[in-house]
Design a protein around this ligand. Structure first.
Ligand SMILES: N[C@@H](CCC(=O)N[C@@H](CS)C(=O)NCC(=O)O)C(=O)O
Length: 203
């Protein structure tokens, strides 16, 4: 049985969402988003930085949300929820799948640190402002790309689980501005998916 090491309000929600979309059975080790759980010796043995998500599957224990998504699709769903390599949309599937951790999450991490995680006296408004501008710039091309599309490559795919989740989180942080109409509609569309709704009670 697949076992997901999870904490609420985190990237681990992507994996719950994927597993729900695929209808795969899984166990969850639900930890708190707190050093007492994430930085424990037990969890550092799974992830050297004490982070989540981590997935266990028999002898395999793997971290990095994108790698976990690919692992599940290849080992448990015969490549489902992604286009074939010779499909015209495959390059764009790759592009948006990786744009999530590469371009959206770095400024979002900074925003979370300087609005939620640091004590107020250590938050820096200059750093926060830079990260908010950077995130806005990174979201703009996705908004343009989504014109006339329901999902990133037309049909729903695992790229939506990666990038869609990060856009949902950006929206929750107030960084998807009203002018980004395509992204607003996209967030609405993914939050209406039953698997997302099941996962979101734990996200
Ligand atoms: N690139 C990694 C990032 C993992 C990561 O930073 N996870 C966050 C939660 S979203 C975490 O565990 N933070 C706890 C901490 O930094 O102490 C991934 O995609 O899995």
């Amino acid at each position: 049985m697949l076992k997901l090491h999870f904490a609420p309000n985190s990237r681990a929600g992507r994996i719950v969402w994927l597993l729900e979309e695929l209808g795969l059975p899984y166990d969850i080790n639900k930890m708190s988003f707190h050093p007492k759980d994430l930085k424990s010796d037990e969890h550092r043995a799974r992830h050297p930085l004490g982070r989540i998500p981590v997935l266990d599957d028999g002898d395999v224990s793997i971290f990095e949300s994108g790698a976990i998504v690919e692992y599940i699709l290849e080992r448990h769903k015969n490549g489902g929820l992604k286009p074939a390599v010779d499909d015209a949309m495959w390059p764009y599937y790759q592009q948006w799948f990786h744009y999530c951790e590469g371009m959206i999450m770095p400024p979002m991490n900074t925003i979370v640190v300087h609005t939620l995680l640091l004590p107020p006296e250590r938050r820096d408004d200059v750093v926060l402002g830079q990260a908010q501008r950077l995130l806005g710039k990174a979201l703009t091309p996705v908004d343009g790309w989504m014109e006339g599309k329901d999902y990133l490559i037309g049909d729903f795919s695992a790229a939506d689980i990666m990038l869609g989740h990060s856009i949902f989180m950006s929206n929750r942080l107030g960084c998807v501005i009203d002018e980004m109409q395509n992204l607003k509609a996209y967030v609405q569309r993914i939050t209406e998916r039953p698997a997302f709704q099941t996962a979101i009670t734990m996200i």
